[in-house]
Design a protein around this ligand. Structure first.
Ligand SMILES: Cc1cc2nc3c(=O)[nH]c(=O)nc-3n(C[C@H](O)[C@H](O)[C@H](O)COP(=O)(O)OP(=O)(O)OC[C@H]3O[C@@H](n4cnc5c(N)ncnc54)[C@H](O)[C@@H]3O)c2cc1C
Length: 504
């Protein structure tokens, strides 16, 4: 009998399943709670339009991941995307900050346009506070506000970082650990941004690897023609063709642990009946909070301190409002009248609205939009599951998004043709609250020898798809090599080679 791996959902889970099939004798069974694949990286379909929750760039500094993606969906040859679906497009990255009802380049560039937008008084204040921060840095950096100020100066922080960051996290920057900044924007600084600007001006486009470029600054990325979920639907088909199983609508509610090993998981299957899957290896992309609760339900609860920490882990949740509009009120600055802005996404720094970011799906892939000529937008809101925004009826949420975009002069209210509201829980595992005791959970789960926590919420780590996949690949490497310690899984996205800066 072949040994079996039971895998809870997600891109990391599907990566593990595929890797097990091609590199080991272990047979994977992927259990997915919903009737769609891809987790946070799914594609939502609405009346022929497709939405990407959060906008997923397919880009990695890891060749292993880049090659893996391209093996599943090859890069488009000229004109191929018009005839075939299973291809990756190469897209240009453009993202700007919208503030004072104006566009600022991201990362902010010291151009005449920026200075004109800011006005002389603000510009002087930014310059003076930057010099001050460089000359007298805060010695003991404990929170994110101090991290930003040391790197950019107080004025630049107040102008371009504070409002958006606080929208994302729902707490003031001085209450967020500096570690978040270190992980997300570690590589980004004024010096690097300036250097990049100088180097990239007048230079021809780099190849897609962009090895020398900070991830925040990359100019191109790969993108599946039909959105990120297309990748995971394809991988799931391949897993099944190679003999693995993918079970949709299966919610894992209990994980049975015995003698430091997982022996089985239980849950309710697509037929509404309880079902039990025994296995030799277990991979989890469910949130750490839910995993520890499921171990409780399995009959052998984790120690009290671990249950306490896990139950108090916090997450930031997300609402995306798809808005189909005839046209935007703003157009590309310097472009032809009415020309669609070129941004993939726009950071909304305006403090008088709740919207945090705006996706222009046309610019991710024109194939996400059903009707040529229409503009398909994603208005993004960060919230907590159960809060006022989360519980707002869908029609009111859609109206709020349309009203806010009209208020800040991005659209005209009367140009909105249709809308759809998508709630996505646990999009950002939080690095505050009880997070400083996370090691207690890690020690406990690491000691369960055949359990592998992988991915983003699976490890409570700010992992993008590439790092989520690398954790799964590393877990399979360990199984194939008979390695039992899990230190190398936790090193992904911490280790120098993988360490990237992130802006989202
Ligand atoms: C706003 C935003 C923007 C992002 N942008 C990018 C980007 O540009 N590029 C990039 O590479 N990455 C990006 N990411 C990160 C990317 O979405 C994640 O890294 C990736 O989806 C994580 O995959 P995962 O397998 O760990 O988990 P998830 O995507 O969270 O999937 C977990 C899956 O497990 C299932 N599940 C959970 N619990 C159970 C259970 N008990 N039983 C059965 N099934 C269960 C869920 O239904 C889900 O399908 C972004 C994320 C966000 C939130």
């Amino acid at each position: 009998m072949k040994s079996k791996a039971i895998i809870i959902g997600g891109p990391a889970g599907l990566t593990a399943a595929y890797e097990l099939l091609i590199r080991t004798d272990v047979q994977p069974i992927v259990l997915e709670r919903y009737d769609y694949l891809g987790g946070i990286s799914r594609t939502v379909q609405y009346k022929g339009n497709r939405m990407d929750i959060g906008g997923h760039r397919f880009f990695s500094k890891s060749d292993r991941v880049m090659n893996w993606w391209l093996e599943h969906l090859p890069e488009e040859k000229p004109g191929q995307a018009e005839r075939e679906d299973d291809v990756m497009l190469v897209r240009g990255r453009k993202s700007r900050i919208y503030f004072l009802r104006k566009f600022f380049e991201y990362p902010v560039q010291l151009t005449a346009a920026t200075l004109g937008n800011l006005g002389p008084w603000r510009t002087v204040k930014i310059g003076v506070s930057y010099v001050k921060a460089m000359a007298f840095p805060i010695r003991k950096v404990e929170n994110l506000e101090q991290f930003f100020i040391n790197r950019f100066g107080r004025e630049l922080y107040l102008t371009f970082f504070k409002s958006y960051t606080e929208k994302v996290w729902g707490v003031p920057c001085h209450k967020i650990s500096a570690e978040w900044g270190a992980q997300r924007i570690k590589g980004l600084s004024i010096r690097k941004a300036l250097l990049h600007f100088i180097q990239s001006s007048g230079k021809k486009k780099q190849d897609i690897q962009q090895k020398e470029t900070e991830t925040s600054l990359i100019e191109q990325f790969l993108y599946p023609k039909l959105g990120p979920g297309q990748m995971w639907e394809k991988v799931a088909r391949e897993v099944q063709e190679k003999g693995g199983q993918v079970v949709l609508n299966f919610n894992v509610t209990a994980v049975e642990v015995k003698d430091n090993r997982v022996v089985a998981v239980r849950g309710v299957g697509p037929d509404g009946q309880e079902q039990r899957y025994e296995g030799d290896y277990f991979f989890s992309t469910t949130s750490v909070k839910e995993l520890i609760a499921a171990i409780d339900a399995g009959g052998s609860p984790a120690p009290q301190n671990v249950r306490e920490v896990a139950s108090k882990l916090e997450y930031r949740d997300f609402i995306a409002v798809g808005l189909l509009v005839d046209k935007l009120k703003v157009s590309e600055p310097g472009g032809k009248a009415g020309e669609l802005v070129r941004d993939n996404w726009i950071y909304i720094q305006e403090p008088d609205v709740l919207i945090g970011r705006l996706q222009v799906f046309n610019n991710w892939s024109p194939y996400l939009v059903a009707e040529p000529g229409k503009v398909w937008l994603g208005a993004e809101y960060f919230c907590y599951e159960g809060d006022e925004l989360w519980t707002l009826p869908k029609e009111k949420m859609a109206a709020l998004a349309a009203d806010e975009l009209a208020k800040i002069d991005i659209i005209r209210r009367e140009d909105v043709r249709d809308s759809v509201v998508v709630h996505m829980a646990k999009t950002y595992p939080a690095y505050f609250g009880v997070y400083d005791r996370f090691n207690e959970v890690r020690q406990y789960v690491d000691a369960i020898s055949n359990l592998f926590l992988v991915g983003r919420n699976g490890m409570h780590k700010y992992n993008n798809q590439d790092h989520s996949m690398l954790t799964a690949m590393t877990a399979v490497d360990n199984i194939a090599a008979g390695r039992t310690d899990k230190a190398n899984l936790w090193e992904v996205n911490t280790e120098q080679d993988y360490h990237e800066s992130k802006e989202k």
